[in-house]
Write a protein that binds this ligand. Structure first.
Ligand code: ADP
Ligand code: MG
Length: 292
């Protein structure tokens, strides 16, 4: 493209709330055939709420919530924020954990009142040797509802399941349908459970889902699609998404997301709405048409 058409395209983008970092990004966006969308914070609002509380064994609901809140108190994950907020709303108090480990994309482990508490995914508990069988029925039901099931164990014994739900951003279904109309394949990627991811995918009209992808594997999934010969745009908001944004042919960051994601991306969608992806691709196509 000529410098002038790039300048015009970049200016139009800026007025539409789309910050395009380089001429190359504007030029490459028209060649994309696949768009990978992160789930949490990109398709969904990214501020989950606690919806369900299911103790197993002797614990009461408040005991379970207090224990899990104590375990999550030092975590920066949105799931942790939802749990701690719910515990505070109920007026619960807890003693601080004496040891805390965050396991990226899986959960947390902490020592609370001398006990080792695990909070997170099914895989996290299984890998630690916890028998999750008593938690399965509830966990399965929650994920079918599109909620994230958060499992918990104390000293390797299962103690309960919490349900956390996030809402789809209102513009997401229309944006996905517009991307399909532009002829693009749309793929959802997430660290969340496969059933939960499928339910959210159905709500927004996405047909292909990559679920239970650990943060360190997200960029590899993008690479894999590129090896298939695809030109891939990746849209994400989190620290976890940064390597995948950098790996993609065009990385698009949600402007309301983390600085790390914005720095790794070629394009920033200031409003945070997925409709910005559609606008960016249309703009690139129009720019490249004008110069041919
Ligand atoms: P996403 O791809 O949706 O942003 P992450 O990779 O951050 O998700 O996390 C994947 C899954 O790991 C979450 O859906 C959740 O089940 C679990 N998880 C991660 N961090 C925590 C935490 N602090 N507490 C409980 N569960 C967690
Ligand atoms: Mg996210």
């Amino acid at each position: 493209a000529t410098p002038l058409s790039i300048m015009v395209g970049t200016g139009k983008g800026a007025r539409a709330g789309i910050l395009i970092r380089s001429a190359e990004a504007l030029e490459t966006a028209h060649k994309l055939d696949t768009v990978v969308l992160d789930k949490t914070g990109t398709i969904t609002a990214g501020s989950p709420r606690l919806t369900d509380l299911h103790p197993a064994g002797q614990l009461g609901e408040s005991d379970l919530l207090r224990l899990v809140a104590a375990t999550e108190a030092d975590s920066e994950h949105p799931v942790a924020a939802a749990i701690v907020a719910a515990a505070r709303e109920r007026g619960l108090e807890w003693e601080s954990a004496t040891r805390f480990d965050s396991i990226s994309g899986e959960g947390v482990r902490a020592t609370v009142a001398g006990h080792t508490v695990l909070v997170g995914t099914h895989r996290l508990l299984i890998d630690s040797g916890v028998d999750t069988a008593p938690l399965e029925p509830v966990s399965h039901r929650l994920s079918k509802e599109g909620k994230t099931a958060i499992l918990s164990a104390v000293d390797d014994r299962p103690v309960g399941v919490l349900g956390v739900a996030d809402t789809v951003k209102p513009e997401s279904p229309d944006a996905v349908s517009a991307l399909h109309h532009l002829g693009l394949d749309v793929v959802m990627i997430t660290g969340d459970n496969a059933h939960t991811a499928e339910t959210v995918a159905q709500q927004v009209g996405v047909h292909r889902v990559l679920a239970e992808v650990l943060p360190r594997h997200k960029a590899g999934e993008i690479r894999r699609l590129q090896v298939e010969g695809r030109r891939v745009g990746m849209v994400g908001d989190g620290i976890n998404d940064a390597p995948a944004l950098a790996q993609a042919d065009v990385g698009l960051a949600i402007g309301t997301g983390t600085d790390v994601a914005i720095e790794a991306a070629d394009i920033t969608l200031i409003s945070g709405s997925l409709s910005g992806v559609v606008t960016a691709i249309r703009l690139s196509r129009a720019t490249m048409r004008n110069i041919r």
